[in-house]
Design a protein around this ligand. Structure first.
Ligand SMILES: [Mn+2]
Length: 400
């Protein structure tokens, strides 16, 4: 007989994220709307779990962004999880939603605020030590987990030695930490914590590990090519580094890895990081055409969030921000990063003028250098100099 367990997994929801200080430059009311939407996604994911008749919901951490999460948001999460009863929910708190004594994971905190307590179908791994519990309805299934108890980097190789636990046909690990071989685009910006290697994880011998911390989907396969662990990534994009689709994972665990899985997009919005080079464009309508063409190519829809990086050289006087202003209404949110440089005519400048002599001298130095960094520096200096001489105004827009 083949034993299997049907589950839904999501993590890194970062509820009540402030969404400030982002290149996406959210206006206040959209930040508020987006926060609300992300909270609603938890309820939506729970409805999916019910519809698909899963036998467990796994949440390997970072359910909320920090302890400043509002009591209202926590109340909605409690309600969503309670609505799943009797489907069990397992939570292994991450670094952001760490399980400190003042955390909403503590029943005393909920009681002190007069809130409902964590529903009986929810198991929270509340200590830094690994703990193993049986599935309430499936005694042949165990779930092992631990909590981050403070939001500080943990250097310890927690998976370096075997985790003591009873043997079971299906064993699941919930773990929040840094897979050292992870190659996703948010690799360098996430805190390096509770590191582990593929080898260390596989040597533990769990049927499957639900992983949290990184914000893009990634899976770990064994020598037979079976999926033995997966990060679902964040449930919804909030920042530019979270561009692209995000998922909850619907799957079936067998004794040795996943037997089936489906990535389900729960959030209807997606962040698109779009670059467009406008070099060669000469008119307002040409600029619009180039940009709109590029936006069509990337497949952004009206409910999406678009970050438009404009690169290249534009004739002086073409102002992308005002020419493209009406595109704001085509998307949930559009942020334009205008990194274009003026298309100065370097060839027709009169060498008897200050401007002409400046161009000549800078070009001589650019040609003379073989150091690419120095060349880039000189090219920017030429642009800044021409800004000063021609436009009488210098904006520090050429730096990365
Ligand atoms: Mn994390």
């Amino acid at each position: 007989m083949v034993v299997r367990l049907r589950f839904l997994q999501f993590s890194d929801v970062h509820l009540d994220s402030r969404l400030t200080g982002s290149q996406l430059a959210w206006p206040r009311e959209k930040r508020e709307q987006r926060r609300q939407e992300i909270t609603e996604l938890v309820g939506k994911a729970c409805r999916l779990a019910r519809e698909h008749k899963v036998e467990a919901l796994f949440i390997p951490g970072d359910l909320w962004d920090d302890e400043a999460i509002s009591a209202e948001t926590v109340a909605r999460v409690l309600e969503a999880f309670a609505s799943l009863d009797p489907i069990p929910v397992f939570i292994a708190p991450g670094n952001h939603d760490c399980c400190s004594p003042t955390s909403f994971y503590a029943d005393e905190v909920l009681r002190a605020r007069g809130m409902r307590l964590w529903p009986k179908n929810v198991t929270i791994f509340r200590t830094a030590e690994f703990e193993t519990v049986p599935h309430p309805a499936r005694p042949e299934v165990t779930i092992t987990g631990r909590a981050h108890v403070r939001n500080v980097p943990l250097e310890e190789r927690l998976l370096g030695a075997p985790i003591p636990r009873p043997r079971a046909p299906i064993s699941v690990l919930l773990f929040h930490g840094s897979w050292i071989e992870y190659a996703g685009r948010d690799r360098s910006e996430k805190m390096f914590t509770a590191p582990f290697s593929r080898q260390e994880l596989l040597a533990q011998g769990f049927s499957y590990a639900a992983l949290g911390h990184y914000h893009h989907y990634a899976e770990i396969t064994d020598a037979e090519g079976r999926v033995r662990a997966a990060y679902t990534g964040c449930l919804a994009g909030r920042y530019l580094s979270e561009a692209g689709p995000h998922y909850a994972l619907l799957g079936e665990i067998g004794e040795h890895g996943l037997l089936a899985m489906e990535k389900i997009r729960v959030d209807e919005r997606m962040i698109h990081d779009v670059e467009v080079d406008v070099t060669g464009v000469e008119t307002e309508s040409g600029l619009r055409e180039r940009v709109i063409g590029r936006l069509r190519e990337c497949g952004a829809t009206a409910s999406d969030i678009v970050f438009l990086r404009m690169e290249g050289r534009l004739p002086r006087g073409l102002r992308p921000a005002s020419i493209l202003e009406d595109l704001q209404h085509e998307y949930f949110h559009l942020a334009i990063a205008d990194r274009t440089r003026p298309a100065y005519d370097l060839d027709t400048a009169d060498p008897r003028t200050t401007q002409g002599r400046f161009i000549q001298e800078m070009r001589r130095r650019i040609t003379a250098t073989s150091d690419p960094q120095e060349r880039a520096l000189l090219e920017r200096a030429l642009d800044y100099g021409l800004d000063a001489l021609i436009q009488g105004e210098v904006k520090p827009i050429y730096e990365e």
